[in-house]
Structure formats: structure tokens, C-alpha cells
Design a protein around this ligand. Structure first.
Ligand code: HEC
Length: 213
């Protein structure tokens, strides 16, 4: 045998040990005795390479379970709580560093055409019109063009109503999780700009806060 054929047989041996393949010559030995229309089945062993992987995953699984849930200090719930704490701190720090983004006392009404047009567009696209109507005359929600308010008629009041919602159970939800600060500012500016207009079918004035006094 030359060197080359040595290599080949070495490789073959390796493959045989990895696959556990049965010699073709003695295949009869592992032939199962059933016969389906001439199709027969060999009772081959599971390939050792596959079995090794299978046993390794079992071992790793047990090791992991014991380390994580048995003796280990690690708890998924702790990791979650720690991540939530860290995020809360980050949010608090961000709010402290950028008070102007979270304060509502510094909200001013836009008066430029572009922002008011955006406000009008949002009023329709965010379904405000479903309850307050296209011309703000009111249906389920109150008329927003008159000077009577449930919750106050300054731009800051209106902004806060949009952000935090109306009184509980009245049907006006809080929008701050779905609308951005700018969007809520555009909406409240638009509503303020519509003060004193005459809707087609205005709902009777509601609310005890009369604005401006
Ligand atoms: C499901 C119906 C509904 C939708 C949709 C709705 N509102 Fe309202 N809205 C109401 C009701 C009802 C009230 C009265 C709340 C109360 O009595 O506390 C109200 C109150 C308000 C007020 C305060 C009125 C006042 O008298 O103080 C403003 C401002 C307002 N809505 C703006 C909006 C805007 C802007 C949107 C869209 C982003 C919107 N609403 C969507 C039902 C709705």
C-alpha cells in the first residue's frame, strides 16, 4: 500500500466510526424481516456523531438547569427587575436633563399656517372627528368651538386634556402614548384656533369653565 491509499483507508475508518455504517457485504445480518412489496429495511444504528451531539445537549441542558435554577444565584425575574430599574433611572435622568420636553407649563399655541394645518389633519386622522365632528361642533364629545369647557380652555389645559384624557368614564382617552408632544401641541393649537367659529350643528355649551372669563 502506498501512502495515498493509507490516507484513504484512514479516512474511511474515521467515517465508519462516525457513521457506524454497517459493511455492505454483511448487510443481510441487519436486514429486518418485514418486506413491503419488495422494499426491505436495514436496522442501522443511529450514527455516533449524531448520538454524541444528542448526549452533549442533554448534558449541557442539565448543567444549565442546575447552575441557573439550582445552585446559581441567577434568576430571570431578578434580571428583569434590574433592567427595569436601570431603565427607570435612565428615564428619570433624561427627564431631569430635559425638563422642557416634559413640562406642560411651557406649551404655547402655534399660530402659523403649517402647524395649524397639521393639527387639522391630525384631528381627522386620529379619529377626533368621530366624537367631536369635523367642524368641532361636538357629538359624543363636547363642542370645542365655544368658550365653555369641562377641563379648561387655555392651550395648556387643552394639551393636558389630550395628553391625559378627560374625566374617568367620559370616553375621552389619554393620547400621550400614541401621539408625540409636537402632535399634541399641533392639535391643541388647532383647537384653540377654532375658538369662536360656528359649526353647522353646534352641540349646546357644556362645562362650567368659561374661557376667556
Ligand atoms: C370616543 C370619543 C372621543 C374621541 C375619539 C375623542 N374625544 Fe375628545 N372628548 C370626548 C368626550 C366624551 C369628552 C368630554 C370629557 C369629559 O367630560 O371629561 C372629550 C373632551 C375633549 C376635550 C376637552 C373639552 C372640554 O370641554 O374641556 C378636548 C380638548 C378634546 N376632547 C380633544 C380631543 C382630541 C384632540 C381628540 C383626538 C386626538 C379627541 N378629543 C378624541 C370624546 C372623544
Amino acid at each position: 500500500m502506498n501512502k495515498h491509499s493509507d490516507n484513504v483507508s484512514g479516512w474511511k475508518k474515521f467515517m465508519k466510526s462516525m457513521t457506524g455504517a454497517h459493511d455492505l457485504a454483511t448487510e443481510e445480518d441487519i436486514m429486518l424481516d418485514h418486506d413491503y412489496d419488495g422494499i426491505k429495511e436495514l436496522d442501522n444504528v443511529l450514527p455516533p456523531w449524531w448520538l454524541a451531539g444528542f448526549y452533549i445537549t442533554i448534558a449541557v441542558g442539565i448543567f444549565y438547569y442546575v447552575m441557573v435554577y439550582g445552585f446559581g444565584k441567577y434568576k430571570q425575574a431578578d434580571e428583569f427587575a434590574a433592567a427595569m430599574d436601570a431603565a427607570k433611572k435612565e428615564i428619570a435622568a433624561y427627564k431631569a436633563a430635559n425638563p422642557e420636553l416634559f413640562n406642560t407649563d411651557n406649551i404655547v399655541a402655534f399660530t402659523d399656517a403649517e402647524n395649524l394645518a397639521k393639527g387639522k389633519e391630525l384631528f381627522a386622522s386620529k379619529t377626533c372627528t368621530a366624537c367631536h365632528l369635523e367642524d368641532l361642533g361636538g357629538s359624543i364629545g363636547p363642542n370645542l368651538t365655544d368658550n365653555a369647557w369641562f377641563l379648561g380652555g387655555t392651550v395648556i389645559d387643552v394639551y393636558n386634556t389630550i395628553a391625559k384624557g378627560g374625566r374617568p368614564g367620559k370616553g375621552m382617552i389619554a393620547w400621550e402614548s400614541t401621539l408625540s408632544r409636537l402632535e399634541m401641541q399641533q392639535l391643541s393649537s388647532y383647537i384653540i384656533s377654532m375658538q369662536g367659529t360656528t359649526p353647522q350643528n353646534p352641540k349646546a355649551a357644556e362645562g362650567d369653565i368659561i374661557w376667556p372669563e
